[in-house]
Design a protein around this ligand. Structure first.
Ligand code: M5T
Ligand code: MG
Length: 592
């Protein structure tokens, strides 16, 4: 709730003016029946009696007076009605401005919070759930604010004001109001107890629906290739049906509310007229007062009805508020120290010192006692079978995760003591799964370095062996890239991702299996170009192919999270059994 309060703060002036206008609206609504009762009591009844008793000229002048009275009082009613209309418009305007503004701010806050998440926090929430939290949940909060404020101010004023005015008009009929209020409250309680437990469920089901939809749509190719459309459809259908059933249940109950209330609202006037008729006949009550009484009793029930709406909306919004708070309250695991060290963008030596690592949600150590040094101007290669922890290892350098034991240092400074921005500025990173953002080739490259000139960009592409295929395209660097970069080939995507990293001109480069989609000759050319152009950089290459790493200055052989060999190709091929196995399985005797 504290997050919502913080976000409402800037809208306090709007909120207060909205409350004032709502109070005015309630007052006007209470005044109207009173004026109407005057028309009937004085304008029609009193004058008619007087006219009946008078005769001749006196009667004529009384008739004129009566007409005037009715016109003036009618005009008063009209004014009140018009004024009410204007006030209502103003309230709507203010509330819309306040609600949409708050929703925008809240969405922005959630989005930037999510942006600060590390992989550890992403593991906690699913992407689908984060999307629902930023959209649907925010919408619930927006609705609660706009409708909630209106109800909380308007309904009590209307209810209490209605009771006071009705008591004034006809105290002897108070029990009718009491009875109808009790019935309304009973109805609300029944509905409330049935519907509310479902709200949390509904929000979770939206998450689920979102998840299934995203998964089967983004994996559509796989779904088609394996002809599992039917299965996916059933999965979606199941999630969708569950959502439907719960929504249907809640809405059915809610829709019971309307007719029942209308019935009550229509029965009560009948009861009032029934009882009032006798009182009027006995001159205990005026007709106008009875009419006003009917309107006030309608107001009272209306007020309770409105409050019931809030009772239904409130728990639903609270579920959303909690879901939003969950995101905003998530403590980032990867945080900066108070006075972080800032290293110059210069030569960097990366060292692992007895590093062990366990995934936050995982069991068992993925990395055990890793120690090595990657020197500037050298290529350090990491090789090992799949799942041995290569990606996990390099992710520790950029602090996508933090080490569990030991430390990763750059130039002797623990990465946890550095500013995150500085740390990431130092590193040009090509992830194992190359991901491009929608836009153009240019916009993707520039995301790494906004200030880079066209010449620098072309140079980077030349190094990454991407220049040729880009310039073959008609739009060249303005070639559009679709979401995820699916409209270029896997190898092209990899090379654009490499060019993007090279553009950064950073002192450390990490290539996580980034040459896997390249043919041997391109792989060779690329490595040569990297060596020539990034001669001062610390290059860390994760690879599966011995051929692409055998000329590295240092090769680290990994097996099940441990380092089992360290050295050059020549040294390892003599002494390291695991390395021999990999090498002989890929290369011929002569090549080795
Ligand atoms: C090493 C586990 C994975 C594997 C081990 C990325 C990731 C991995 N793991 C998790 O539990 N959670 C995660 O988010 O860690 O995985 P790796 O570091 O990805 O291995 P690799 O890069 O050497 O493999 P590959 O296939 O890329 O060559 O047991 O279950
Ligand atoms: Mg990997």
């Amino acid at each position: 709730m504290k997050h919502i309060r913080k976000h409402v703060k800037p809208y306090l002036p709007l909120l207060i003016s909205s409350i004032i206008f709502i109070a005015i609206q309630a007052y006007l609504n209470l005044v109207l029946p009173n004026i109407m009762s005057q028309i009937v009591n004085v304008g029609i009844q009193d004058y008619s009696q007087k006219i009946a008793l008078a005769s001749g000229a006196v009667a004529e002048s009384l008739k004129l007076e009566q007409q005037q009275y009715i016109i003036i009082t009618g005009a008063k009613m009209l004014c009140v009605a018009i004024f009410t209309g204007v006030v209502t418009l103003l309230i709507q305007y203010i509330n819309a401005k306040m609600g949409t503004g708050l929703a925008r701010d809240l969405r922005n806050t959630i989005f930037s919070k999510i942006e600060s998440f590390s992989s550890a926090e992403f593991d906690k929430f699913s992407t689908a759930s984060l999307i629902t939290r930023t959209t649907n949940d925010v919408q619930q909060v927006q609705m609660m604010l706009t409708m909630g404020v209106r109800t909380i101010v308007f309904a009590p004023l209307m209810g209490i004001g209605g009771v006071v005015m009705a008591m004034k008009k006809a105290p002897s009929m108070a029990w009718i109001n009491a009875l109808s209020v009790i019935m309304v409250i009973g109805l609300i309680m029944i509905v409330y107890s049935l519907a509310v437990p479902r709200f949390k469920l509904i929000q979770t089901l939206i998450d689920k629906l979102n998840l299934v939809a995203r998964e089967s749509l983004s994996g559509l190719m796989v779904v088609r290739a394996f002809s599992t459309q039917k299965y996916e459809e059933e999965r979606f259908d199941k999630a969708s049906r569950e959502y439907k059933q719960n929504n249907l249940f809640v809405n059915r109950i809610m829709s019971l509310m309307g007719p029942t209330m209308t019935l009550l609202q229509n029965i009560v006037p009948v009861v009032i007229i029934w009882i009032a008729a006798e009182k009027i006949a006995n001159s205990q009550l005026l007709v106008g007062d009875m009419m006003a009484y009917i309107q006030y009793s309608g107001n009272i029930m209306g007020a309770f009805m409105m409050i019931s709406g809030i009772f239904v909306m409130f728990p639903r919004a609270m579920v959303s508020v909690n879901r939003i708070s969950e995101v905003l309250d998530t403590e980032n695991v990867i945080t900066e120290k108070e006075n972080p060290v800032i290293l110059p963008i210069d030569k960097c030596e990366v060292s692992f010192n007895n590093v062990s690592f366990t995934y936050p949600l995982g069991e068992g150590e993925v990395l055990k006692n890793i120690s090595f040094v990657a020197k500037p101007g050298q290529v350090t290669a990491i090789i090992g079978s799949t799942g041995c922890g290569k990606t996990s290892l390099v992710n520790l350098i950029s602090r996508f995760y933090d080490v569990t034991k030991g430390s990763v240092k750059i130039n002797g400074i623990d990465v946890r003591d550095m500013s995150l921005k500085n740390l990431r500025d130092l590193i040009g990173y090509v992830p194992q799964k190359s991901i491009l953002l929608s836009g153009t080739i240019r916009s993707n490259l520039q995301s790494a370095n906004q200030e880079a000139t066209d010449v620098e960009m072309e140079k980077a592409c030349e190094i990454a062996q991407a220049k040729e295929f880009i310039e073959r395209k008609e739009e060249k660097y303005d070639y559009p890239i679709s979401q995820g970069g699916t409209n270029v080939s896997g190898g092209q995507r990899q090379r654009i991702a490499i060019a993007r990293a090279v553009m950064k001109m950073s002192p450390v480069y990490i290539f996580d299996d980034s040459f896997s989609a390249l043919d041997f000759s391109t792989d060779l050319k690329l490595r040569k170009a990297l060596k020539e152009n990034l001669s001062n950089a610390t290059i860390i290459i994760v690879g599966q192919r011995v051929a692409s790493i055998m000329d590295a200055d240092q090769i680290i052989v990994m097996d099940e999270g441990k380092i089992v060999g360290k050295g050059t190709h020549k040294e390892l091929i003599k002494h390291c059994e695991e390395y021999q196995q990999i090498a002989y399985s890929q290369l011929s005797k002569e090549e080795v």
